[in-house]
Ligand binder design. Structure first.
Ligand SMILES: Cc1cc2nc3c(=O)[nH]c(=O)nc-3n(C[C@H](O)[C@H](O)[C@H](O)COP(=O)(O)OP(=O)(O)OC[C@H]3O[C@@H](n4cnc5c(N)ncnc54)[C@H](O)[C@@H]3O)c2cc1C
Length: 295
């Protein structure tokens, strides 16, 4: 969960719920018991869907997370950064609830790796959030990502050190030829596409999905991919252009994987397949299949 958009993606740690924070509607009433018998301690995908549902039902911009029933010293000691940040927005969390919205802050899934962080591309390792080690199921347990980064970072370093003598030096990188491109005179294309991507990924590939929404997103990401490819071939590259291109590629992978899943499990929830399949199966995209997945 995070503070509403004007607070520029400041994350409210799940630990506030863990320490007894209560989720409330604008009228001050609690609602999680209507969605899960574990109430505010339900898994984060269930909590995110419940908040999303109530915001849409009420047309509310945000809901509230209230920890003010705890002693002020306890709150300031356990959540000093959140206390200070909210105070900066005129919200004293020892006296009043925190306005919150659901927020995406982690990507489950990624490039498949083995227990030594090796991918199926020779001498290519992947560590961290970009990797799929199989440790996280369809929902990441809090605080397990940094642990995974450390463990697999160490495993990769150990494996590279062990194989160092057999690893040939990397090939010479070819010179970067910019003779055929010019400076872009339309950087608005990048900021516009970035906003568009953010909006349709949240609206069509966000907390509650349907096959129709995913297909709409697939159609748009293909258009964006073509436009950015054309932009990339004609204009000098910039960090923003590269980052946008990477974002579009990752968004396409997320959409294609989601279109393949005929069930709802963890973070992936679709109204077309609300139940769980009997068999737990990873969704694996390989270059060939990924390319032929257009709806
Ligand atoms: C607000 C927030 C709170 C979190 N809280 C927790 C927590 O309590 N416990 C927990 O376990 N996890 C938590 N996570 C998740 C955890 O922080 C991340 O999963 C973890 O940091 C991922 O590490 P990483 O090195 O894989 O990627 P990152 O930390 O994202 O680092 C990737 C780096 O690569 C750089 N980069 C990107 N593209 C390029 C490029 N093309 N060329 C060169 N450099 C590039 C980026 O600038 C960045 O520095 C949190 C995440 C967020 C956002």
């Amino acid at each position: 969960m995070s503070l509403p958009p004007h607070a520029k993606s400041f994350l409210i740690t799940e630990a506030v719920r863990g320490e007894g924070g209560l989720l409330k509607l604008p009228d001050g009433s609690r609602f999680m018991d209507r969605f899960d018998e574990r109430g505010e301690l339900a898994p984060r995908d269930i909590v995110a869907r419940a908040i999303d549902h109530e915001m849409k039902r009420l047309g509310a911009d945000h809901l509230y997370l209230d920890i003010s029933h705890k002693p002020a010293d306890f709150i300031k000691h356990h959540f000093p950064t959140i206390y200070e940040k909210c105070l900066g927005f005129g919200i004293d969390i020892t006296r009043e609830p925190i306005p919150v919205v659901p927020a995406a802050h982690y990507t489950c899934g990624g490039i498949m790796s083995d227990e030594r962080a090796r991918t199926d591309v020779n001498q290519l390792y992947v560590v961290g959030e970009a990797a799929f080690t199989g440790l996280h199921g369809a929902n990441r347990m809090a605080s397990n990502s940094l642990l995974e980064c450390l463990v697999y970072g160490r495993a990769a370093a150990a494996d590279i050190t062990r194989r160092e003598a057999d690893i040939p030096p990397p090939p010479e990188a070819p010179d970067w030829d910019e003779s055929q491109v010019r400076d872009s005179d339309e950087d608005v294309v990048i900021s516009h596409n970035w906003d568009e991507l953010r909006h349709f990924m949240w609206d069509y590939v966000g907390i509650v999905r349907t096959t129709k929404r995913l297909q709409r997103a697939k159609h748009r990401v293909d258009l964006l991919s073509a436009e950015i490819g054309e932009f990339y071939s004609n204009y000098r590259v910039t960090n923003d252009l590269l980052e946008l291109r990477n974002l579009v590629t990752v968004s396409d992978l997320i959409i294609c994987a989601a279109l393949q899943r005929r069930e709802s499990r963890g973070l992936h929830y679709t109204l077309d397949y609300p139940g769980l399949l009997n068999e737990v199966r990873d969704t694996v995209l390989v270059p060939t299949t990924y390319r032929t997945l257009a709806p």
